[in-house]
Design a protein around this ligand. Structure first.
Ligand code: TXA
Ligand code: MG
Length: 344
């Protein structure tokens, strides 16, 4: 399949035409990648099972992992659920459009493979002009997982999507690099106390400004629990070379580097600017300042894609504080890592 790329352009007429063409392909049961404020999504008409099936095929995604449905407005939510819980209503007012996905009881109108047979449905309104324009032009909610091959880091540029899915999807709308960098927070609103199933762009601290109590899914803290979000059980975000997560002070990190160098390992490093300045090494990617976790989140997936198997034997990555969006960063790094080396 030929993958059409609509290049990012400042010309609004050109972008309008791109949106029109992309919406037309969606109507023809094709899948199209588009930017959101978090990561690029791979969209298909959420009411059409054959279109949705193409998402699973293009990504190589297990069919028991449900998709997030993207909407342009509140009306489209009402098409998908019979009742919007009061809590969800409040959250929509505050955080939509934005990186917050709400799990509610489905009314069964979305294609069955969108929810992978669950009675609940995940819905969000993305905060990106191209995503919203595409949703409006296609006149249907769009099921859209991150636009990467299953298991790989999520794409934060159109180029990342191209690397993973060229020839496998109908098109890619290029909107430049995404802003948040990690995916949306997935919040289960079907129980009395809302539960974070996946930490993301809207932080627990943000949610607690609106809700009295927010819980973390026990499966995220204790590996013996079964995750309620099916996607959380799969290998994820894996770079080409094995990633070791190093949790200790800067001196501890330096010692790990030295030890591996003595054993002739070719090492790639992902680290904060602060740590990078203390290391004498040439294969280092900076994620920005550890004082600025929004910046770390924004650069994380790009960094994970940077090192090639042919260049390094192992990637050493610094552990970041788990406050704010740091919780999402560390959730993804813990999943990406094959090994954790901790000083504590
Ligand atoms: O920021 C994002 O959320 C991006 C952009 C494209 O919107 N999308 C994204 O989708 O990250 P995906 O498919 O990569 O992750 C969706 C997560 C998975 O962990 C999935 O298991 C969970 O949401 N999920 C979807 N429907 C669910 C449901 N009904 N109950 C529990 N978890 C659900
Ligand atoms: Mg994903």
């Amino acid at each position: 399949m030929q993958t059409k790329v609509w290049k990012k352009s400042d010309n609004t007429e050109e972008m309008k035409e791109a949106i029109r063409e992309a919406a037309e392909l969606l109507h023809q049961e094709q899948v199209v990648a588009f930017p959101t404020e978090t990561v690029y999504g791979l969209g298909a008409d959420a009411s059409n099972p054959s279109a949705v099936q193409r998402i699973f095929e293009a990504k190589g995604r297990p069919s028991d992992n449900p998709l997030i449905v993207h909407v342009a407005d509140r009306k489209q939510v009402e098409q998908l659920v019979d009742e919007i819980p009061t809590m969800a209503r409040k959250l929509m007012e505050t955080f939509w459009p934005g990186p917050l996905t709400l799990i509610m009881k489905s009314n069964g109108s979305a294609a069955g493979n969108v929810t992978a047979g669950l009675t609940t449905i995940a819905i969000r309104m993305p905060d990106h002009p191209l995503a919203l324009a595409l949703l409006r032009a296609s006149e249907t909610p769009l099921a859209a997982p991150s636009a990467n091959r299953s298991g790989r880091p999520s794409p934060t540029t159109a180029e990342h999507v191209y690397q993973d899915l060229d020839g496998r999807i109908a098109g890619i709308l290029d909107g430049g690099p995404t802003g948040v960098g990690v995916e949306s927070t997935v919040l289960d609103c079907t129980s009395e106390i809302p539960v974070i199933l996946r930490p993301g762009g809207v932080t627990k601290e943000d949610l607690e400004t609106i809700l009295p109590t927010v819980m973390m899914d026990p499966a995220m803290i204790n590996e013996q629990h079964r995750p309620k979000s099916p996607g959380m059980k799969y290998t994820h975000y894996a770079p080409e070379a094995p990633l070791w997560l190093i949790d200790g002070d800067d001196e501890f990190f330096e010692n790990q580097v030295e030890k591996l160098k003595e054993e002739n390992f070719r090492i790639g490093i992902i680290a904060s600017e602060e740590l990078l300045n203390k290391l004498d090494h040439n294969r280092i990617i900076s994620c920005g300042s550890r004082e600025n976790l929004e910046q770390v989140a924004e650069r994380l997936y790009g960094a994970l894609r940077e090192f090639k198997e042919s260049d390094v034997d192992v990637i050493l990555c610094e552990a970041f504080p788990e406050t704010g969006v740091g919780a999402a960063v560390m959730n993804r790094l813990n999943k990406a890592a094959v090994k954790k080396v901790t000083a504590y």
